[in-house]
Design a protein around this ligand. Structure first.
Ligand SMILES: Cc1cc2nc3c(=O)[nH]c(=O)nc-3n(C[C@H](O)[C@H](O)[C@H](O)COP(=O)(O)OP(=O)(O)OC[C@H]3O[C@@H](n4cnc5c(N)ncnc54)[C@H](O)[C@@H]3O)c2cc1C
Length: 419
């Protein structure tokens, strides 16, 4: 059976080398340090939940359980980004105090399959890639024995399963922690909505914010800001139940059956524990549905919850989280998938003939937490190139170059920007 096993030697962002969770920058800013305007950093509020808070925030090797990948380039890049993130999360989770503060933990994630993986070429190749990727705790259970366990319902069709140590993030806590960290490192937060195409107002924005470069990280907002009409929402939802061990034995591992394995987008099983005694039950992936008007009694939500109970019958007795029982959000997908790329068009208004100073990071779809640090690492490089007015390259060109350098592993490639 053919499989292209990637090697990920070029960790472009490494915790403690390029990035620290300490409340000051690794390299102090000085008068000549450039200023970066990031639009859409995601203001974490307990009242208004943004997509990044709503997320199940389980790290998954791409493509994710709720993921869909249209572009091959993007899928390959996503694998690289996901591994950069994996190692950053693992480093954070290793320190108990930091893990507690950030809400980032490593727990067992279990992935179930209705057929032997040898009979599912795509999934078999994915498993091989995971084995070779550097993730920790890989263990496979071929001929998964439903009779000899007491968690999964015996009537489920499961023939195979593997588990890995997966980062799982309490996204409410994680967002608050990240926001505080950004501020502690000198970032200034401002609440404002930008309207219209960024390219049209690039010079005004740079001047108004005294910035040298703009990073567009607005998720679905990129439809308007980047004039990208390939952006579209995929609606998702998670029922939140209390996982304190009183109503059913505490679930401490993630249990998932992916959409492409079950054969239908709305047959996903996504059961993920959080650090704060909450268990998330999901999921759904409703293509191009752009509203969040779902309630606990909506048929699709009832079916989703029932699917999880059918999978783990002990959840029958689960009690809803009293203050926040249902999270509904829109995954920011994009045709061709993730865009981590400089603006390729020139700013007509700026009129100086120089390349645009806009850098895009959007379209992370159902995998924003999985890809976060990896995308950020590439964005740092693109920001430096934009400030140097170097000509922009398309994501596809970059990916081709990356593929050829991956064949000749280079270790410890330093990142110029220090965070
Ligand atoms: C139910 C559900 C489950 C998920 N589960 C997972 C998971 O298990 N693992 C995983 O990795 N990912 C998961 N995701 C996906 C993840 O949540 C997204 O990929 C991620 O949150 C996208 O982050 P973002 O910063 O691009 O977008 P957002 O979090 O939406 O942030 C965009 C920010 O830009 C701001 N903005 C937008 N337009 C403008 C404008 N015009 N001017 C100024 N600001 C603007 C918004 O206010 C917001 O603050 C899930 C998503 C959902 C909905």
């Amino acid at each position: 059976m053919e499989s292209t096993i990637p090697v990920h030697p070029n960790l472009t962002l490494r915790m403690w080398r390029d990035l620290t969770p300490l409340p000051f920058p690794l390299r102090p800013a000085n008068k000549t340090s450039p200023h970066v305007l990031i639009i859409g950093g995601g203001w974490a509020s307990i009242v208004d939940h943004i997509t990044s808070q709503i997320a199940g925030a389980l790290w998954e090797y791409p493509p994710a359980v709720c993921g869909q990948h249209e572009g091959k380039v993007s899928l390959e890049e996503s694998k690289r980004w996901s591994m950069v993130s994996y190692h950053c999360y693992a480093a954070i989770a290793e320190d108990p105090e930091l893990a507690k503060k950030s809400g980032i933990e490593m727990k067992q994630g279990r992935f179930y399959f209705p057929t032997r993986l040898e009979d599912d070429h795509e999934q078999y190749c994915k498993m091989q890639e995971i084995m070779a990727s550097g993730v920790k705790g890989f263990r496979r259970y071929p001929s998964f024995d439903l009779e000899n366990q007491n968690v999964i319902a015996k009537n489920q069709k499961i023939e195979d399963m593997y588990e890995i140590d997966s980062p799982m993030i309490d996204s409410d806590q994680g967002m608050q922690w990240l926001m505080k960290l950004v501020q502690d490192k000198g970032g200034l937060l401002r609440s404002e909505t930008i309207h219209g195409a960024l390219l049209e107002q690039e010079s005004e924005l740079l001047e108004r914010f005294q910035a040298d470069v703009i990073v567009n990280a607005t998720g679905l907002g990129a439809q308007e800001l980047a004039g990208d009409d390939t952006c579209y929402p995929v609606r998702g939802a998670l029922v939140r139940v209390v996982n304190d061990g009183l109503h059913f034995p505490r679930v401490t591992q993630a249990h998932t059956v992916s959409a492409d394995v079950s054969g239908a987008a709305n047959e996903i099983v996504f059961i993920v524990p959080r650090s704060d005694n909450t268990l998330l039950l999901g999921g759904i992936a409703e293509d191009k549905v752009g509203d969040t008007n779902l309630i606990l009694d909506s048929p699709v939500i009832k079916e989703m919850r029932q699917r999880c109970v059918d999978f783990i019958p002990l959840l029958e007795n689960a009690k809803l989280h009293p203050s926040y029982p249902l999270a509904v959000g829109l995954r920011p997908f994009r045709g061709g998938n993730v865009r981590v790329e400089r603006e390729l068009r020139k700013s007509a208004k700026a009129g100086n003939g120089k390349p645009s100073r806009i850098v895009h990071s959007y379209g992370q779809g159902g995998a924003g937490w999985t890809l976060a640090f990896g995308c950020a690492a590439d964005i740092c490089t693109l920001v430096e190139e934009a400030i140097a007015d170097a000509p922009p390259r398309s994501l596809a060109d970059d990916a081709t170059k990356q593929a050829s350098t991956d064949k000749e592993p280079k270790h410890d490639q330093p990142l110029r920007a220090r965070l």
